[in-house]
Write a protein that binds this ligand. Structure first.
Ligand SMILES: C[S@@+](CC[C@H](N)C(=O)[O-])C[C@H]1O[C@@H](n2cnc3c(N)ncnc32)[C@H](O)[C@@H]1O
Length: 607
């Protein structure tokens, strides 16, 4: 997938340039921000409760048969494990140690959903069936021709061994080229395949002249199928009255004599977005030409009535890809204008009919829209996010869209659900949950004033972008410049929450204790996505506090795949905990291993 920050660049959130400003240093979770200034809230209760906990003796004997001498006050155990947890947070030997830049450059490369998730028939049922038939007929020829073509290009472009294959080509391709969402197949290869053997063969050699596409192979991308489009709104309103941040605002460093082009909207004929076209400018952070390419290909795949596909492929997609690869600005401009001209000829009603019968859109298209809003609202003010206290709870880091899509699916987050992000940063996860899952409410709470301001900017930009693409805007709410501790709105929403996200990767043990208290009233069935196990290191059941929700969590551990989080390219782990009705019996085995004597009989415990 595209990068919000391009590879090879120091991240816009580099840890190296972090400031320990007064503002950042003064924050604690018992504070509320009003207009960027801090106001202390009296809240001594949490400290008091911690102390109470610490003096409780652990009464395990009846259950584990632990001798009196083995009994330890829970508080001491907790104290030790808390110390260890905090020590591990920054251990240089741990996989999770903070790298030089906590927020490092995001990695290039698309995490494409596997064919398990793919449903080719969703997007274009007729074409796909035809494509499959055609593919079968010409499979052998295709393979030979395609591989020859790729190999030829490899030799031509890189001068290396042709057997290096397609991935190699992408690695060695010119920079601007690799900034696309590149995959080995163009969507048009499948979607537009011809019915007959002869036709298919002809189309194959033509398709092979496109070595790349701006977007992934949509047949391998998961479709999102909740009610996405605001068809009623689109029927009633043909004019776009919003003012999204134009691409040109991000290309100010480009030479003013550069060519500009307007990219027309498929849904609102009165609106076009201006872009600067300059293939020789440094586009490592933001590449307007690649964004145009992706938007055009997604629009054709999703919004175009099927009868216009062939023409779109010949007059727009092919020339767009060719001119991009050659870095030919004039030809690129012509291709964009050909697209604009084609859009003008498509009756709006035909587009709305297409949307009415659409079964879903690729999740990567939604990621693209999130990305567009993100670069326009966060990039220009990204430096402000570096103003946090080093190694504090306020260190800023992000979960990336492909990871969130996966985690949302694992939690079965769906329309009608309530999603909550505690420590929502600039609002990315809240916006994605709303757009991708159609939540009844997507809620975020953020304490940092700068991140809060960016949340507001990004939320507004996202809403404008949704309207531009005819997408429904689902309820979103933020509690900004406020802590989630001692926040009555948070307390209230948590009791109804279906999926709770806590990016607690960098939270210290004191904060984790506060979160433990906060989540006590989560409902049964609620899923919690966290980067650290909520049942921390050395957790053991306290039989004076058996009702503690931590005892009722079924915790599942998963591997983070590459490109899941902004602060490391390496993998790692994350946890999904489900609130159970009753105690999670694995506590007695997993957590007690090696520390208690096992009884011969299996343990039975009922609340
Ligand atoms: C690592 S960022 C996570 C951002 C976002 N949830 C994500 O995962 O992409 C953690 C955020 O939690 C915020 N935070 C820390 N303590 C908080 C508190 N007590 N109340 C509200 N937000 C808090 C920090 O300011 C920071 O923006």
């Amino acid at each position: 997938m595209h990068d919000r920050v391009s590879s090879g660049e120091e991240s816009i959130f580099s840890q190296n340039s972090r400031d320990s400003t007064d503002e950042a240093q003064g924050i604690n979770e018992n504070q509320t921000y009003i207009d960027g200034k801090t106001k202390r809230i009296e809240n001594g209760s949490s400290n008091l409760e911690v102390e109470c906990n610490e003096t409780k003796p652990a009464m395990r004997r009846g259950y584990y048969g632990v001798s009196e001498s083995q009994r330890r006050p829970t508080g001491n155990k907790r104290g030790l494990s808390a110390l260890l947890e905090d020590a591990y947070r920054f251990s240089a030997h741990e996989d999770f140690s903070l790298p030089a830049g906590f927020l490092r450059t995001r990695r290039r490369g698309q995490e494409v959903f596997t064919s398990d998730h793919a449903d080719e028939d969703k997007l274009a049922p007729v074409e796909n069936k035809r494509a499959k038939a055609a593919e079968t007929n010409v499979k052998a020829n295709d393979n030979i021709e395609a591989s020859n073509s790729v190999k030829k290009t490899a030799v031509k472009t890189t001068g290396r061994n042709p057997s290096a294959g397609h991935n190699k080509i992408q690695e060695l391709a010119p920079r601007r080229r690799s900034q696309r969402n590149s995959t080995s197949q163009n969507l048009t290869n499948v979607k537009l395949a011809k019915t007959s053997h002869k036709k298919a063969k002809a189309s194959t050699s033509e398709s092979n002249t496109i070595q790349d596409s701006f977007i992934p192979d949509l047949t391998k991308v998961k479709d999102i199928s909740h009610e996405l489009f605001d068809l009623e709104g689109l029927e009633n309103e043909e004019t776009f009255t919003e003012n999204p941040v134009p691409s040109t605002a991000l290309s100010k460093h480009f030479d003013s004599r550069c060519m500009q082009v307007g990219l027309k909207s498929i849904l609102f004929s009165n609106y076009e977005e201006k872009y600067v076209i300059n293939f020789s400018a440094d586009s490592a952070k933001y590449n307007p030409m690649a964004e145009i390419g992706r938007l055009i290909e997604y629009t054709i795949a999703i919004y175009f009535p099927r009868s216009y596909l062939d023409e779109a492929k010949k007059t727009v997609i092919l020339p767009l890809n060719k001119s991009f690869d050659r870095g030919d600005a004039e030809e690129y401009l012509k291709a964009v204008n050909a697209y604009n001209e084609l859009i003008n000829r498509i009756p709006r009603q035909n587009v709305l009919n297409r949307l009415r019968h659409l079964n879903g859109v690729p999740v990567t298209f939604l990621h693209e829209l999130l990305h567009i809003a993100y670069v326009r609202s966060i990039h220009p003010k990204a430096n402000s996010l570096k103003q946090y206290q080093a190694f504090s709870n306020y260190v800023y880091g992000e979960l990336l869209p492909p990871f969130l899509s996966k985690a949302f699916a694992q939690c079965h987050l769906k329309g009608g659900d309530i999603f909550v992000d505690l420590g929502s940063g600039v609002g990315n996860c809240v916006l994605q949950a709303s757009l991708e899952c159609g939540c009844a409410l997507s809620f975020g709470c953020e304490i940092m004033p700068n991140a809060s301001e960016l949340t507001e900017i990004q939320n507004e930009e996202m809403q404008r972008r949704c309207k531009l693409f005819g997408l429904k805007v689902n309820p979103i709410e933020f509690s900004l410049r406020k802590s989630f501790v001692g926040n009555t709105r948070v307390d209230d929403i948590l009791t109804k929450c279906d999926v709770l996200l806590i990016n607690n990767f960098i939270f210290d043990s004191a904060m984790n204790t506060k979160i433990e208290k906060l989540i006590q009233n989560l409902k049964v069935g609620c899923k919690i996505i966290s980067l650290k196990n909520l049942r921390g290191f050395g957790y053991s059941i306290d039989f004076n506090d058996v009702d503690n929700i931590l005892n009722r969590l079924k915790v599942e551990r998963f591997e983070l795949s590459e490109g899941s989080v902004s602060w490391t390219h390496r993998g790692g782990e994350y946890f999904i905990s489900t609130v159970l009705n009753d105690i999670d019996e694995s506590i007695f085995t997993t957590y007690s291993k090696g520390r208690v004597r096992r009884s011969a009989k299996p343990l039975k415990y009922t609340r």
